[in-house]
Design a protein around this ligand. Structure first.
Ligand code: CP3
Length: 355
C-alpha cells in the first residue's frame, strides 16, 4: 500500500510532531453544503445514500473538494448498527431518526443479536473501500460508530429525545436489562469498527453524544465501561500502521481523566471546557481533538479567526492536538465560514509547532 501524502492528522493523534495543527469538522459532509443536498436527491432518503457506496463516496469527498481538510470521515450514520439488528431505522423529514421496532419489551431485548458487519453492514465496508480508493492516499479516512449508551438511547426511546425518560427509567429500574443491551451494543460496535479498519479506515472515532446526560456514577458504569470494552477489543494496527482511536463524550469535560485511562489515543472535547485546562488534566497521556463552539461559524471570518486563535493559544505549544468543532457543524452554517476556520487553523497554528 503506498504512502499517505498528508498524514498530519494521524501523527497528531499519536502525539508526534507536526508542522501545523490538522483540522477536520464533525459532520463535515451534510446539509450545510448545497452539493450534498443535490446528492441527496439521487437517493430515496438519507439511508438510501448511506446504503449506496457510490453516493456515500460522493458525499464523503464533497467537503474535501471545498476545503483543505486533513482527514475524511466515512459518510454513514451511528444508527446503522441498530438498523442491522432489525429495529427498522427511518428518517421522517424534520424529525430526525426513528425506529419502527424500538425496544419496549424484555423479550425483544433478550433476543437482540450482534450483527455480522461483513454481512448485515456490507454496504458500510463497501463504502469504506471505495472511499479509500477515491481518496488516492491524499488524507486518511476516519471510520466511526456510536457508543453503546448513545445507541441504547435511540433504541429504547425509539427516536431522538431531550429527557431520555425511557432509557433512564430502565437504568434505575431494570439496570440488568440496560446492561444486556449495552453488552450486545459493545460487541456489535467492536466488530463494526474492526471490520471498518480491515476495509481501510485509518483511524476510528466513538461518538458518545448522550453520555453527558448521565450522572457521574451512571456515566462510568453505563457508558465509559462499555467504551473501555470496545477500545480493548479494537485492532490497533493494520497493514503495519497504527490505527488511532478517538473517544468523544459530549458533555464529558468533568470526566476527562477517567476517559484518558481507558486506553484511547485521543479524546474529543466539546466546547464547554477550556482546552488548556483539559491538557493539564490529561497530561501527555492522550491527544486532544476540538473544540471550537460550532456557533462561532455563524459569525464572520474575522471573529472566526480570533476564536480559532484563542483555542490554539489555550492549547499551547507542542504536539497532540487535532482541531475540530466541539460538536457537529450546523446545517445553517455558511460554507465560506467553514472555509475561514480551516484557513485560520492552518495559518495560525504554525507558530505553536516546533519544526
Ligand atoms: O461527520 C460526517 O460528515 C460523517 C457522517 C455522519 C453522519 N452522522 C451523517 C448524517 C456522522 C459521523 C454521524 C454521527 C451521528 N449520527 C451521531 C453522533 C454525532 C453527533 O452529532 O452527536 C448521531 C447522534 C447521529 C444520529 C443522527 N443521524 C441524527 C440525530 C440525525 C438527524 C439530525 C441531524 O443532526 O442531522 C441523523 C441524520 C444524519 N446523519 C444526517 C447526516 C448528514 C442528515 C440527514 C439528512 O437529512 O440529509
Amino acid at each position: 500500500m503506498s504512502k499517505l501524502k498528508n498524514d498530519t492528522f494521524l501523527r497528531a493523534l499519536l502525539r508526534q510532531s507536526t508542522e501545523y495543527t490538522p483540522v477536520w469538522m464533525m459532520r463535515q459532509a451534510g446539509r450545510y453544503l448545497p452539493e450534498y443536498l443535490r446528492t441527496r436527491t439521487k437517493a430515496r432518503d438519507f439511508m438510501g445514500l448511506c446504503k449506496n457506496p457510490d453516493l456515500a463516496t460522493e458525499a464523503t469527498l464533497q467537503p474535501l473538494a471545498r476545503f483543505p481538510l486533513d482527514a475524511a470521515i466515512l459518510f454513514s450514520d451511528i444508527l446503522t448498527i441498530p438498523d442491522a439488528m432489525g429495529l427498522g431505522l427511518y428518517f421522517s423529514t424534520g424529525e430526525g431518526p426513528k425506529f419502527k421496532r424500538a425496544l419496549h419489551h424484555e423479550k425483544e431485548i433478550r433476543n437482540l443479536i450482534v450483527p455480522d458487519p461483513n454481512v448485515h453492514l456490507r454496504y458500510v465496508m463497501d463504502a469504506v473501500s471505495q472511499i479509500r480508493k477515491a481518496l488516492n492516499n491524499e488524507v486518511p479516512l476516519i471510520g466511526f460508530a456510536g457508543s453503546p449508551f448513545t445507541l441504547a438511547c435511540y433504541m429504547v426511546e425509539g427516536r431522538s429525545s431531550s429527557d431520555f425518560i425511557r432509557v433512564k427509567t430502565m437504568l434505575y429500574q431494570r439496570p440488568e436489562l440496560l446492561h444486556h443491551i449495552l453488552d450486545v451494543n459493545a460487541r456489535a460496535v467492536t466488530a463494526h469498527l474492526n471490520a471498518q479498519i480491515e476495509a481501510g479506515a485509518q483511524a476510528v472515532m466513538i461518538f458518545d453524544s448522550w453520555g453527558g446526560a448521565l450522572s457521574h456514577a451512571a456515566y462510568h458504569e453505563f457508558s465509559l465501561a462499555y467504551m473501555k470494552q470496545i477500545v480493548g477489543g479494537l485492532k490497533r494496527e493494520h497493514d503495519g500502521k497504527k490505527v488511532p482511536c478517538i473517544v468523544y463524550t459530549k458533555g464529558g469535560g468533568l470526566w476527562l481523566e477517567s476517559i484518558a485511562a481507558i486506553g484511547c489515543d485521543a479524546i474529543g472535547l466539546d466546547w464547554t471546557i477550556d482546552i488548556g485546562e483539559a491538557r493539564s488534566l490529561v497530561g501527555d497521556k492522550v491527544a486532544l481533538q476540538g473544540n471550537l463552539d460550532p456557533a462561532v461559524l455563524f459569525s464572520n471570518p474575522d471573529t472566526i479567526r480570533t476564536e480559532v486563535d484563542k483555542v490554539l493559544l489555550s492549547c499551547g505549544k507542542g504536539s497532540g492536538h487535532v482541531f475540530n468543532l466541539g460538536h457537529g457543524i450546523s446545517q445553517f452554517t455558511e460554507p465560506e465560514n467553514a472555509a475561514a476556520m480551516v484557513t485560520a487553523v492552518h495559518e495560525l497554528s504554525r507558530k505553536y509547532h516546533y519544526s
